[in-house]
Design a protein around this ligand. Structure first.
Ligand code: SF4
Length: 694
């Protein structure tokens, strides 16, 4: 602080890390950031924060930032720094040439969950209006796309049902496939407070996460299931609820599709779904499953919180629907203290999905098939929107290898590191004629790029992020964009170079357009956000102050829809060569692939990725604590240090993926969710053996 000076102004903005969406005061001295202080009036965090939001902002000033646009004719050539005009003209020329040679569908783009709603809206608008196709996808493809599919199918909209305040009224919390202590620390603190007040906790996770037993908090039940058996466990819980008469029949009759419920109830009541019949498959004692089901159904307000341990499976969408079934069957939906709550990973994954980042949906989760919806956007944008869904990221890469997809714009996403099957991603990128990377740093994907457009941090732009509770928070510019343009200005300039005539002078105008085209945002404006601090969508004429809890009087789709969720074993099988199951997660002080957290000045951020394995498995293999091990799967192999612990069960190993050297995604499986292509990162058959090091 002494070096940076005494703050002379304070600007309230929003953390750019996780989906909790904590508000901070950026305390500034001139144009230097002195410190980030948790904002006591922030509705998501109420003055609290974690180490990432409070201390890990040094990346914004890191010397690795690229501050000049760059181009190159071929990826074998060195980069050449050029003006914004030359870079955009080069990019536009290549994209138009590709379309002239290979058709309008030969290019596409990827939006970022790290960028603002306004920036995301503009990227999908550029692709739909200017590129002329629906080839837009988002990094949510590899994390919460099953949430989108599952909750839209069952409830009618792709969002969590509650606000964070609801946790204060829950009596039984179910945490499944999430580790809030590390992944969503401020929410974890609120949950722990409620548990200390007497609420009960059920944890469903292969690993003994901190919540299972930590100071003053202990789960009533830890269902330590075999990775990949979520659906079987949730169906066993449903079996108990149905066969023991624990269904809230009045709720189901009034609020849900009764025929669909009847089909589902008959299905789960089958003896093959009983806890006793599934105990061997799931690895969870039947008595534990029975007790957990009784507690959730009969213990008062039951709230389910889940994370990527639910979605990143070949049955990710099925698991989300199985969770929704449980909530509807027990009447745990539509009032404070209950609900189905996906804990979103990235700061704006909810917003990126809301803003039409999927190839089949325009903003507000409305299908491109809908003539009236397309007409709404065409009336404001001009031109014609294609009525057929575009390509998802994996389809874009497949088409690139085949030669029919040749140009890609990627904003704020390192698909080479974060997407599955690294070799296939590299092959797809290498086959393209125009890869445009728009980012803060020269990431791994940029190795295959022809154009690099410098990005701006959250400190350098105005806009909004939407957190996991649908809360739209303002992001406020505290310093000028270091490369001269904020991200929304870059997209506008690229669209302009391609012939569009957009005239936005501030992101507030973009939000006004979102409000004019998207019913759930109809009441949102920067004036309203100034007045209320933040607002949770839906925000419109009937709910001008927003909606902390959804589905209170009826589901968005009308009647809640039960879906039969048959367990299907993953194709990722263990065997003599690969006898262990690998699952993955995060640690508190790191964030995803570490692009930001590894570029801070504080050594707390440099914890390395390690492989957790059970003492029994370590002894069998001659692995010692802290020693190097080779982790191999059918997809590839990597080397990392061993941590011997009974946090994981025998037969299960666990690692994080924060360091590019570890390359965890070289190892992970090639399979993906049947409905959304979300990769199955959480189950990979592996072998572990001692190694001499990398
Ligand atoms: Fe940022 Fe999430 Fe930490 Fe809050 S909990 S400070 S949003 S990383």
């Amino acid at each position: 602080v002494a070096e940076l000076g005494v703050p002379d102004r304070k600007v309230v903005t929003t953390c750019a890390y996780c989906g909790v969406g904590c508000s901070f005061e950026a305390q500034m001295s001139g144009d230097r950031l002195v410190r980030m202080v948790p904002y006591k009036h922030g509705k998501a965090n109420r003055g609290h924060s974690c180490v990432k939001g409070r201390f890990a902002y040094g990346y914004a000033e890191h010397s690795d930032r690229i501050l000049s646009p760059m181009i190159r004719e071929d990826i074998a050539e060195p980069w050449r720094e050029v003006s914004w005009e030359e870079a955009l003209s080069f990019a536009a020329g290549r994209l138009r040439r590709i379309q002239a040679e290979s058709g309008v569908g030969a290019i596409g783009g990827i939006t970022s969950s790290r960028c603002t709603n306004e920036e995301t809206y503009l990227v999908q608008k550029m692709i739909r209006q200017v590129f002329g196709n629906n080839n837009v996808d988002t990094c949510a493809r590899v994390c919460h796309s099953p949430t989108g599919y599952g909750l839209k199918t069952t409830f009618g909209t792709s969002a969590g049902t509650q606000d964070f305040d609801s946790v204060e009224e829950c009596d039984v919390a179910v945490v499944i496939g999430a580790n809030p202590t590390d992944g969503h620390p401020v929410f974890a603190s609120r949950l722990k407070k409620r548990l200390r007040e007497g609420a009960k906790l059920i944890v469903i996770d292969p690993r003994r996460i901190d919540l299972v037993k930590s100071p003053h908090v202990a789960a009533s039940h830890h269902l330590a299931l075999t990775p990949g058996t979520n659906v079987a466990v949730l169906t066993a819980l449903a079996h108990v609820i149905v066969t023991e008469g624990l269904v809230d029949e009045a709720f189901v009759r009034e609020r849900c599709d009764w025929d669909a419920f009847s089909d589902w109830a008959a299905f789960v009541a089958g003896e093959r779904h009983s806890p006793e019949a599934t105990e061997a498959l799931t690895g969870v004692p039947a008595a534990e499953m029975r007790a957990a089901a009784r507690l959730y159904a009969g213990g008062g307000n039951g709230a389910i919180y889940y994370g990527l341990g639910v979605t990143e499976h070949s049955q990710g969408s099925t698991t989300v629907m199985a969770i929704a079934n449980l909530a509807m069957a027990t009447g745990n939906i539509g009032r404070p203290g209950v609900g189905v709550n996906p804990l979103r990973g990235q700061n704006n994954v909810q917003g990126a999905c809301d803003m039409g980042s999927f190839p089949h949906e325009l903003p507000g989760y409305r299908h491109v098939h809908d003539d009236n919806v397309r007409a709404t956007f065409e009336a404001i944008w001009g031109g014609t929107i294609q009525d057929e869904p575009g390509l998802r990221i994996p389809n874009m890469l497949d088409a690139a290898v085949d030669g029919s997809f040749r140009g890609l714009y990627v904003q704020g996403e390192d698909i080479l590191q974060s997407d599955p099957n690294t070799r296939h991603v590299a092959a797809g990128l290498a086959a393209m004629d125009c890869v445009i990377v728009h980012d803060l740093f020269l990431n791994e994907t940029a190795n295959y790029a022809h154009v690099f457009l410098p990005g701006s941090t959250f400190l350098e732009k105005d806009g909004t992020f939407t957190n996991a509770e649908r809360r739209i928070n303002r992001v406020r510019r505290v310093m000028a964009p270091k490369a001269g343009l904020a991200d929304w200005e870059v997209t506008q300039a690229l669209a302009g170079a391609l012939g569009a005539d957009w005239r936005y002078t501030h992101p507030a105008q973009v939000m006004d357009e979102i409000a004019a085209t998207t019913p759930s945002f109809a009441g949102v404006s920067y004036e309203r956000l100034e007045e209320l601090g933040s607002v949770q969508w839906p925000c419109n004429e009937t709910t001008p102050e927003g909606s902390p809890v959804m589905h209170m009087d009826g589901f968005v789709r009308g009647k809640g829809l039960f879906v039969v969720t048959e367990y299907v074993a993953t194709d990722e099988r263990t065997g003599p060569r690969f006898p262990l199951l690998l699952t993955t997660g995060r640690i508190l002080s790191q964030y995803n692939v570490g692009a930001q957290t590894r570029r801070t000045g504080n050594t707390v951020w440099h914890e390395e990725d390690v492989l957790e394995l059970h003492p029994h498995d370590a002894e069998q293999r001659g692995v010692r604590e802290g020693g190097w091990v080779r982790l191999a799967s059918r997809s590839g192999e990597t080397t990392l240090r061993a941590k011997i612990t009974d946090r994981v069960a025998p037969g299960v190993v666990y690692t994080t993926f924060h360091h590019p050297d570890t390359q965890a995604n070289v190892v992970t499986s090639e399979f993906s969710d049947w409905a959304t292509n979300c990769p199955e990162y959480k189950v990979t058959a592996v072998q572990v053996s001692p190694s001499n090091g990398p």
